[in-house]
Design a protein around this ligand. Structure first.
Ligand code: AKG
Length: 331
């Protein structure tokens, strides 16, 4: 005997259509729900789920804007002078006049660290936010006097940073197509604001943008901020701590340089100096790293490296806990 003919088996399939059900299915509220579900699934598969709605996006945009200040501080004459000084740094580095930690070369971007330098991206034996460490004191060159005279003093006079605030300066020199992948400046190392001064040519700083590699691609940013020559940009609050920033390759159309001046916390975690005779984890020469050096989600697995002792372990600044796990970050 066939199973569904047995007593107590499932009732036979309805041979009629319940019009109330049909009406309900086709109601506009239901259709909207279905459409929203479909859109959410589509957005998720394209990595657009960061914002639940236009409203959320606008709120986030407002929060980013609140943490950004911009101003053209350096006139053409000042820019010319500073750019000439940057060129002198480049030549001096090419002649091998700096300590190995001072210069970090990537194919289309060179970084020069002064005052303080730190481990990031692929240089870390164990990568991830909160693991960045300052190099032992003296492993990078001092901040050149001209940076104090032409940049820091000017920023102090303009009230952009308090007197004596700056103890670290980084110059990034980009060639066309160069980039810095999405990252948050480590909040356990750097005080806020983060101050950057742009030179040579205009570029843009993008927020909340995801990178993928081989070939390099970027998702649509939450915000793209123009960075004209001579412009000073400060990041604090949400713009510095809760959303990543980057320079996209398509936004560097001509050579551009930036001087980033920051305050390193006096108690930020620091690597121990290497013992006499031990080999440096990066070798003797200048550090080499890829353009995706700062990116947490780069494709290369970290190469096994010799670990150094960290002076302060698991250091976290409670008020500025790195809250960037939901999105990509690095640096
Ligand atoms: O080039 C810029 O304006 C930003 C660079 C940056 O964010 C960095 O080097 O950490």
């Amino acid at each position: 005997m066939h199973a569904n003919k047995m007593a107590g088996a499932e009732p036979e399939k309805k041979s009629y259509v319940d019009l109330r059900e049909k009406l309900n299915k086709n109601s506009s509220a239901n259709k909207k729900h279905l459409w929203e579900n479909r859109k959410r699934k589509h957005d998720q598969s394209f990595g657009l789920h960061r914002h639940h709605s236009t409203h959320d996006r606008e709120i986030e945009l407002q929060k980013v804007h609140q943490g950004i200040r911009q101003r053209i501080l350096f006139d053409k004459e000042e820019c010319d002078k500073i750019e000439q000084k940057i060129d002198e740094i480049v030549h001096s580095a090419d002649e091998g006049n700096y300590k190995s930690r001072t210069v970090d070369r990537a194919p289309l971007r060179v970084k020069y660290f002064f005052g303080e330098g730190y481990t990031y991206g692929k240089q870390l034996a164990e990568r991830g936010p909160g693991r960045e460490r300052l190099f032992p004191r003296g492993e990078v060159d001092e901040i050149p006097q001209w940076i104090y005279d032409l940049v820091v003093l000017r920023l102090e006079k303009a009230g952009i940073v308090p007197k004596g605030f700056v103890n670290s300066a980084v110059i990034n020199d980009y060639q066309p197509g160069g980039c810095i992948v999405s990252h948050i400046d480590p909040p356990h190392i750097f005080d806020r604001p983060i101050v950057s001064c742009s030179f040579f040519s205009e570029s843009s700083l993008s927020f909340g943008c995801k990178f993928s590699f081989k070939p390099i691609r970027t998702s649509t940013p939450v915000l793209t901020l123009p960075l004209p020559r001579g412009c000073v940009t400060t990041l604090s609050g949400y713009a510095a701590d809760d959303i990543t920033h980057c320079i996209r390759p398509q936004d560097v159309k001509a050579r551009r340089a930036v001087i980033i001046v920051r305050r390193v916390y006096p108690d930020a975690p620091r690597l121990e100096p290497l013992m006499n005779g031990s080999k440096d984890q990066d070798g003797e020469s200048n550090r080499e790293s890829d353009d995706d050096e700062d990116e947490e989600n780069d494709e290369e697995p970290p190469s096994p490296k010799k670990k150094r002792v960290v002076l302060k372990r698991n250091f976290r600044r409670p008020s500025q806990e790195s809250n960037n796990t939901a999105d990509q970050q690095g640096d």
